[in-house]
Design a protein around this ligand. Structure first.
Ligand SMILES: [Zn+2]
Length: 277
């Protein structure tokens, strides 16, 4: 191990954190889960988390990344057919990484500045739970035999389009949040962390769906008439704005979802001052 003195402590941990984040990110790139700029963004997100947070924080981040990447491989053919609708490839780019991990990394930076990682942990856990819930809801919800319905109008929407929910997707969102809470308690299942992860995950992914159904920019292909989140449709035709706010894309919506997850967890954690073990 590298021995670090008191003054060099933070720098030493930052170097170790960057090394660990780099190793995980490059492994993700190697396995096809990240683009080149997504790998750089993953190092930027992972460095403060590994450097400041320690074991539980690192486990949550690696758990989110590993489980979400694995889930994206489930039902690949069915999902490939829907890639025409959603503005997503199988590799995560920098925008997607920062949308999912930016708030969590921010919590780690705050923990480093204040020197109180325990106080910032619920925000970190909530942000990661929301990102996990949304990813699981999307990846597993796409496999639903039932067509998704808009969370706002309750009308049927095309699979893959933001704002649509299915019972399967909601169950996956709850499971994803609970899993992050479980990983966050690192070997000692603490009911309150599992509950915190579940509730923050559900709140974040519901906020994500509402934002996706209302403000997110949706485009229409003038040639096929299909709605899509892409600026250029899969048929090669540039699309035209149909509804929502043009600059609010899926990444902005994901960022909103993880912020709601972080705030939800902070509020819930404050209501329970009796922190055990
Ligand atoms: Zn088209």
């Amino acid at each position: 191990m590298v021995r670090v003195g008191r003054t060099g402590g933070l720098l030493g941990r930052a170097v170790l954190g960057a090394g660990a984040a780099g190793a995980v990110a490059v492994a993700g790139w190697w396995r096809g889960a990240l683009t080149a700029d997504g790998t750089a963004a993953a190092v930027a997100v992972g460095t403060p988390v590994f450097a400041v947070g320690g074991g539980r924080w690192a486990a949550v981040l690696v758990g989110f990344f590993t489980l979400s990447s694995a889930l994206s491989q489930v039902g690949r053919e069915r999902k490939a057919a829907m890639a025409a609708v959603a503005n997503k490839g199988s590799r995560r780019d920098a925008g997607q990484v920062l949308a999912n991990g930016g708030v969590a990394a921010g919590a780690a930076v705050v923990a480093g500045i204040t020197g109180k990682p325990e106080a910032a942990f619920p925000a970190f856990l909530g942000a990661m739970a929301a990102a996990t819930s949304d990813t699981w809801a999307t990846e597993i919800g796409l496999l639903s035999r039932r067509p998704p319905r808009s969370i706002v109008t309750w009308r049927q929407v095309r699979p893959g389009l933001s704002g649509g929910v299915t019972p399967l997707g909601l169950a996956a969102a709850a499971a994803g949040g609970a899993t992050i809470g479980l990983i966050g308690s690192l070997g000692r299942p603490r009911r309150e962390l599992v509950a915190l992860g579940t509730l923050a995950g559900l709140a974040g992914s519901l906020a994500d769906s509402v934002a996706g159904a209302t403000v997110q920019g949706v485009y229409r292909c003038p040639r096929c008439g299909e709605e899509t989140e892409r600026r250029v449709h899969s048929c090669g035709t540039p699309t035209i704005p149909a509804r929502g706010v043009a600059w609010i894309d899926n990444d902005v919506v994901n960022l909103i979802g993880s912020a709601v997850g972080a705030i939800t967890a902070l509020v819930l954690a404050r209501r329970r001052p009796g922190r055990r073990g």
